[in-house]
Ligand binder design. Structure first.
Ligand code: ADP
Length: 159
């Protein structure tokens, strides 16, 4: 079984993430979307909320599984018996950090390969951070995120 891990904060999941998941699931038997439990980042949505929004969206797609993880990604990949890590590349600005992470992960576990996937052009400017900013300022995010996420964002920022 060819299994890949798609790790991230997913705070919250956007149409860009879903585009990457759709591409990845065509290449692998199973894609495990792994939500990082990282207190340092101070997410807007709790780990459970981020997992729920993913379950409601990506979780409904065949051969996609939602999980949480903490600690080293390569250790999680090993435990899940996954040979690949998927990351999305939007622009050159993503490259330096992703390159560093990929080479460090290879150093920690040479058996895990990092694969970069590019989203549809219209999603290249999309990030969870910018979606949260628009929602915070009262803008309409419905073309950037699934309906349940737009609703959750409205709920967070309602006065
Ligand atoms: P992290 O905190 O690990 O960067 P994110 O949830 O922001 O978590 O992103 C997870 C992965 O998804 C990263 O590889 C990121 O580059 C990618 N990603 C995020 N938004 C998009 C998008 N719009 N198109 C393609 N990839 C994306």
């Amino acid at each position: 079984m060819r299994r890949a891990i798609y790790p991230g904060s997913f705070d919250p999941v956007t149409n860009g993430h879903l585009d990457v998941i759709e591409r990845a699931r065509k290449l692998f038997d199973e894609v495990v979307v792994a939500v990082a439990h990282n207190d340092e980042k101070q997410p807007l949505f709790s780990l459970e909320q981020r997992l729920d929004l993913l379950r409601e969206t990506a979780g409904r797609i065949e051969n996609v599984r939602i999980a949480k993880f903490s600690g080293l990604l390569v250790e999680f990949a090993r435990a899940q018996n996954a040979g690949a890590v998927i990351r999305g590349l939007r622009a050159v600005s993503d490259f330096e950090f992703e390159f560093q992470m990929a080479l460090m992960n290879r150093n920690l576990n040479a058996a895990v390969e990092t694969i970069f996937l590019m989203p549809k052009e219209e999603y290249t400017y999309l990030s969870s951070r910018i979606v949260k900013e628009i929602a915070r300022l009262g803008g309409n995010v419905s073309s950037f995120v699934p309906g349940c996420v737009a609703k959750a964002l409205t709920g967070k920022f309602r006065q």
